[in-house]
Design a binder for this molecule. Sequence first.
Ligand code: ZN
Length: 287
Amino acid sequence: MMGPSHAACGAAAWVALTGTYTVHLADVSVPVGLGVMPVGDPGVITGALICAGAALLPDLDHPGGTVARSLPPLSTWVARAVGKLSGGHRRATHSLVGLLLIIVLALLSQRASVPVGDALRWNSFSWPGTEGQAGEIPDAAASLPGQVWPLAAVLSVLLIACAVKVLAFVPDRLSHANWIVGILLGAFVAANPPQNPRWFVVAVGLGCAVHMLGDLLTTQGIHLLWPLRTSLPLPTTFYKGRSFVRFPVLGNAGSAREIALLVPVTLYALAGLFCAGVTWAGLTVSI
Ligand SMILES: [Zn+2]
């Protein structure tokens, strides 16, 4: 699958999981989202950004690929290291082991927090005019979050930059601008996080799983059981080589069938984001 298809599938999967909307078209009511994990209206938008970026993450095993060029030089270094460790394209990062490792990484980065706001609040007791006044907190410190998550923040900026690079077709000569867009959108995500404590792990895991599923449907397949070389009990049609599994209903990456799938998937994702934006703004749209 091509990058834009992966990103659109990631955003659509997040909308499907978290959306709680119904669109009324004439007499027909169309649900947008299954509401399995409600995260609030802003959370549908910010989580979709992260999930779309995570849906590109497995292709970091391809040092010459689009994702590797999304946030230079950081993404280039990461892609070189991942490419070497994963043993080649569509292997470790497209396997069940790789998915598990990425989920563990997301879990660790969600837990590794630094109590910035608390430290400033504690120091506030020595601020001029507040000596001895327990509970007096300067506005600037009071407005800060109690904790920040540096690893999750860096990972979020990388994921968003990947999505921006792929969806906006940013040329390489402008790719340094992805840092600015990634940081700005990262701040937007941090200010409006999805309302579920496990949202980051779910968004990253879901995005990667959707990527694997997309590549599984192409002729090239994925090394699902990496590093094992054992074959699954399937007919040989579902193998490329000995260990690459595939259900090639989409044909080659970038095929007309993939584009035909991309159109409704993108429209679904956009419908979910539109509904979330309209509801967040407290508006009602009638057609
Ligand atoms: Zn891939």
